[in-house]
Design a protein around this ligand. Structure first.
Ligand code: KG4
Ligand code: ZN
Length: 346
């Protein structure tokens, strides 16, 4: 069974082919056009997807060493995301599927991130057989969910303002870094002192406010943003430039401490000794290290996707379609599905 997956929800045009659930190809074309604007410009993203989609899909099929006519199923992101961007990939996938007479499976982008740690490569036997706590951290979403192997999940916490990736990108922008700043802060932080400045860690045991953090699995990063802005305004530019790695490391530590504390607390509370971390921010090396350390201390098994499957990619779309099919949970008559922009937390 060959599945073609297509992902265009934000600024990555991606197509992947999976055979019997294993990745044969995963082509990702990142749109650098947005750098000039310091963030993703929705209309430009749609136009770039339109320009790139045919060649990206062709490359995925060529790299998989199959023909278009060997495809059995088409899957694509139907949302959430930038509506115009989602529409390009979804309509393309539906058109291709219809013309080849194939079934079409719509995939929720956030759900695809949740299950991305279980993407299988050749020879892999990663079993999705135990319940797990999923920390899903991307540019648009930060949430904790309790997930069962039958693909059901309950959201137990979410950000009440900014996403963790947004906190990386926006504080990075204040420091003069390009978009997306997350990977740049990660790199700078390697050389910096995470204790150089104590930025706030809202709704955690480190928080100085009286708001209760126990049994509270929500996140808040807007105070961190304000705190970084105030810090930059209170110090001169030369000082900021000189200590850029230290400030980056301190910002990263503030974000990571919150993510790790809440995720491990949720695993203990729900007595689920498996944690997975997914989404763009799960590529962060500091988060990977600290989460691994905290999980080891509590005897919790940690699963994180390879960096290439952390950020947006079509392999996770095809992989969730494959898992849904295997569990008899793929939607029927899906050619009717329309793109959607926002996520309904269940
Ligand atoms: O999952 P993703 O590719 O797209 C969305 O669905 O949003 O996540 C993108 C986010 C951006 O905010 C980016 O800065 C962040 O993931 N990101 C990172 C790293 N790599 C990507 N944040 C911190 N450290 C990284 N290494
Ligand atoms: Zn994403």
């Amino acid at each position: 069974m060959n599945i073609l997956g297509i992902e265009t929800s934000c600024d990555e045009t991606s197509a992947a082919v999976l055979q019997k659930g294993h990745v044969l190809s995963n082509i990702i074309s990142s749109q650098f056009i947005h750098k000039t604007y310091g963030g993703v410009v929705p209309e430009l993203a749609s136009r770039e997807h339109e320009r790139l989609i045919v060649s990206v899909v062709d490359r995925a099929i060529i790299e998989a060493n199959i023909q278009k006519t060997d495809l059995d199923i088409i899957a694509a992101t139907s949302g959430p995301g930038l509506i115009g961007a989602v529409m390009v990939g979804l309509c393309f996938a539906q058109g291709l599927g219809y013309s080849l007479g194939l079934p079409f499976i719509p995939v929720n982008h956030i759900e695809a991130h949740i299950f991305s740690p279980f993407i299988q490569e050749s020879g892999d036997r990663k079993a999705l057989s135990e319940p797990f706590i999923s920390l899903t951290v991307s540019g648009g979403h930060t949430m904790l969910s309790l997930v069962d192997p039958d693909l059901h999940y309950n959201v137990i916490g979410r950000t009440i303002d900014d996403a963790a990736g947004e906190a990386f990108d926006k504080t990075g922008k204040m420091l003069g870094l390009d978009y997306p700043a997350g990977p740049l802060i990660d790199k700078l932080a390697e050389e910096g002192d995470p204790e150089f400045h104590l930025f706030p860690r809202a709704l955690t045991s480190h928080s100085r406010t009286s708001r209760s953090y126990r049994d509270n699995y929500d996140f808040s990063f807007s105070g961190l943003k304000t705190s970084v802005l105030n810090y930059i305004e209170q110090n001169d530019r030369a000082f900021i430039e000189k200590h850029l790695p230290d400030i980056a490391a301190s910002i990263q530590a503030a974000i990571i401490d919150v993510l790790v504390e809440k995720t491990v607390a949720a695993a203990i509370k729900y007595k689920v000794m498996n944690i997975s971390v997914a989404g763009g921010v799960s590529a962060n090396s500091g988060l990977r290290k600290k989460m691994a350390f905290a999980c080891k201390e509590q005897d919790i098994l940690l699963t994180i996707p390879k960096a290439v499957y952390s950020t947006d990619n079509a392999a996770m779309i095809a992989s969730l379609a494959s898992l849904k099919l295997a569990r008899g949970r793929a939607e029927q008559n899906s050619y009717d599905v329309a793109p959607f922009a926002s996520f309904d937390y269940c």
